[in-house]
Write a protein that binds this ligand. Structure first.
Ligand code: BDR
Ligand code: CA
Length: 322
């Protein structure tokens, strides 16, 4: 059955390939894409999202959302060091000819989820600001979400700080609203990227070999640029030279087929105040706790590792099929 989905993103390099997978997936019907400030500022995010959608040749409406975190913090850096100043690594993809819709992203999210005939899938690939604003505006949306799949958090480590992952660190208060909701949630944190959640050199070569189609062409250029940026930054590639581990791509793949990930369930809280731990996803690993400690929460499904071959098959079959 084809599932209706809305996607919230802060289109940088990995969001772009994630969108390409979702848009091309025969399992998903992407109804709309909402943009949030994150990797780069909102205007660049919108521009990049439109570039990806137009490149794919599809007609999917794009909405502008939050320009800042719930509590704006100008001391924080964006992620242009990782994604390039424009957010797409400076790759000269054509400028978009279309623009975003007039409706605000948060209103679009609320309206779409509330009016959905069947519970809808929701994927977030950026800071959770739009998602939290939508939930605060209309708490009943949580009842009509089949699954919220988020690229968010880290179980064993962060990337912006020792313990905080970028999407959560960018707006910890928003993340807290979401983690404390009663929505069915799957969290795809950083951890599986080191454990199966990557594409091998061979996988990437196959995608390059199918460059006559727009999905593979755009994805190849992005993977190529990602590798160069990693090299320029002097970082060690996560899984060895020539491989890529785009976090948002894995999140979309898990939303399409949860069997790609090995998961466990835990209550998750969000640290908003710690001196060293602001933005940390705090898992409850206690064997025993009092029921009243968890009055209103659901356990979150957490992807800890990925089945690499299954993951690569999904990505390659989606992009390369005729
Ligand atoms: C997340 O942060 C962003 O830079 C990426 O787009 C991804 O969503 C990884 O921490
Ligand atoms: Ca992202």
């Amino acid at each position: 059955m084809i599932r209706n989905v809305i996607i919230d993103c802060d289109t940088g390099l990995d969001d772009a390939v994630a969108l390409l997978l979702a848009i091309r997936s025969p399992e998903l019907n992407v109804k709309g894409i909402t943009c949030v400030n994150g990797n780069v500022g909102l205007d660049k995010v919108i521009n990049n999202t439109l570039r990806v959608v137009e490149h794919s040749g599809m007609n999917i409406p794009v909405y502008a959302g939050a320009r800042t975190a719930l509590i704006p913090d100008t001391s924080k850096e964006d992620a242009s060091a990782v994604h390039g100043k424009d957010g797409l690594g400076g790759i000269p993809f054509p400028d978009p000819t279309s623009s975003c819709e007039a409706q605000h992203a948060v209103d679009y999210i609320v309206e779409t989820i509330m009016n959905a005939e069947e519970p809808i899938d929701w994927i977030t690939l950026g800071p959770l600001t739009n998602a939290a604003l939508a939930l605060l505006k209309e708490p009943r949306i949580s009842k009509n979400v089949r699954m919220l799949t988020m690229m968010a958090g880290g179980v064993n480590a962060g990337n912006v700080t020792e313990v905080a992952e970028f999407n959560v660190f960018a707006d910890p208060e928003a993340a807290r609203v979401i983690y404390n909701s009663r929505m069915p949630m799957t969290m795809v944190p950083l951890d599986p990227l080191w454990n199966g959640g990557f594409l091998t050199v061979e996988n990437i070569q196959k995608i390059e070999g199918a460059c006559q189609n727009p999905w593979c062409e755009m994805a190849s250029r992005i993977f190529n640029r990602t590798e160069k940026l990693v090299e320029e930054m002097g970082r060690n590639p996560v899984n060895g030279v020539g491989t890529v581990s785009p976090p948002d791509l894995l999140a979309v793949a898990v939303a399409i087929d949860p069997e790609i990930a090995v998961m466990f369930e835990s209550y998750v809280d969000l640290e908003t105040r710690g001196e060293f731990t602001r933005g940390m996803t705090v898992l409850d690993r206690r064997e025993y706790y009092r029921k009243e400690d968890r009055p209103n929460k659901n356990k979150v499904k957490i992807a800890v590792s990925a089945r690499q071959e299954k993951y690569a098959d999904l990505v390659l079959n989606t992009w390369i099929r005729s």
